[in-house]
Design a protein. Sequence first.
Length: 81
Amino acid sequence: MRITNNRLFNTTLANIEKQNARLLQTSEEASSGLRLQRPSDDPTGTRRVLTIRNNLSSLEQFKSQQTLVNSLLDPTFKGSG
């Protein structure tokens, strides 16, 4: 099979563009400190992040309610935070 100069050029150019896109993504990650810039970067990772955030929110709400209940049951309760 014969490889023409045009095909070689196009393949090389496509590889350079792909590497440039990867470099840009890595640069964005490094400058922001975040691996996920957009949900489309990693849909599975985005789902995991949202699940963790939801769990943290639920735990914070539970903690707040626990503090309230403790203060209602024991008027000398000072709270833990």
